[in-house]
Design a protein around this ligand. Structure first.
Ligand SMILES: Cc1cc2nc3c(=O)[nH]c(=O)nc-3n(C[C@H](O)[C@H](O)[C@H](O)COP(=O)(O)OP(=O)(O)OC[C@H]3O[C@@H](n4cnc5c(N)ncnc54)[C@H](O)[C@@H]3O)c2cc1C
Ligand code: FES
Length: 239
């Protein structure tokens, strides 16, 4: 159980919730959250937006019953959270030019990623590309943790990036967006490895049920346990 210290609406059904909880969460990991007793049956996976030793923050979008219940939580309420799960984003301490590309609520894990990459190598350049279909959220916050922020509203954020300008690219968002980015990297023969964070539907979140199975070049992998972060070539290079 954690205690909610804030849960504020950002517009466009986006919310930012901070929970008091001792943790060792790393960038790209996720928690299974629930703020209800019996229904929905399953907890919901939500990425770590930010974390320090005593608290974890989540950026989420209300899309159904579970997230609707999350957004009703008030300061002081208790929430059940289980995590942090998953492999998270890789260390890129040896890379000088890093791009983070997010679409929609897939921008969530990129905030802590930018902070972490800057911390592990203060000399690296971290550029962030965010794509929104409507109103933008938290752009000032993202701007503060990177060297350059590019925001695309209503278009294709994948059009804005030149993959050959980077030594590593990390992405999270709709599968189609990540797939297009992968194809662009292949087409322009980018040397940068592309890391994709998959958001498959989940049930247990701990590797026991196979609901989150994903076909990869290395056979079927569990997004919750083997992922959610994979090499783009592993997931999209097989079709
Ligand atoms: C590893 C991981 C990290 C995630 N991180 C975040 C995050 O940081 N912020 C955030 O807002 N969401 C995140 N998600 C997605 C989030 O888990 C779902 O939006 C949530 O479970 C929906 O629950 P619900 O009960 O509100 O909606 P439901 O009633 O379960 O579904 C409502 C609608 O959303 C669709 N939907 C539900 N889950 C997904 C999914 N995983 N992918 C695509 N469509 C889905 C359903 O098909 C349906 O149309 C993440 C998912 C995964 C697997
Ligand atoms: S959600 Fe059950 S194995 Fe991944």
């Amino acid at each position: 159980m954690g205690k909610v210290t804030s849960n504020r609406a950002l517009g466009e059904d986006f919310y930012l919730m901070r929970v008091e909880e001792e943790n060792n969460a790393r960038m790209g990991q996720f928690y299974m959250l629930r703020a209800w007793e019996t229904y929905p049956v399953l907890s919901r996976p939500i990425s770590v937006y930010d974390a320090d030793k005593e608290s974890v923050s989540f950026l989420y979008k209300v899309v159904g019953k579970g997230t609707e219940l999350l957004c009703q939580l008030k300061e002081g309420d208790e929430i059940t959270l289980d995590g942090a799960h998953g492999n998270g984003f890789p260390s890129l301490a040896d890379k000088k030019r890093i791009a983070l590309v997010g679409g929609g609520v897939g921008i969530a894990p990129l905030y802590l990623a930018a902070k972490t990459y800057k911390k592990e190598n203060p000399d690296c350049t971290v550029n962030i590309y965010l794509g929104f279909s409507g109103k933008t959220v938290l752009t000032e916050e993202f701007d503060a943790v990177c060297d350059k922020l590019v925001v695309n509203v209503g278009g294709f954020v994948t059009d804005d990036i030149d993959p050959t300008a980077y030594d590593a690219i990390v992405t999270c968002g709709p599968t189609i967006m990540m797939k297009v980015l992968y194809s662009k990297c292949v087409k322009c023969q980018a040397a940068a490895p592309l890391y994709v964070s998959m958001e498959n539907r989940m049930a247990c979140g701990i590797g026991a049920c196979l609901v989150c199975s994903c076909r990869t070049a290395n056979g079927n992998r569990k997004v919750c346990k083997d992922g959610p972060v994979f090499l783009g070539s592993e997931v999209f290079g097989i079709e």
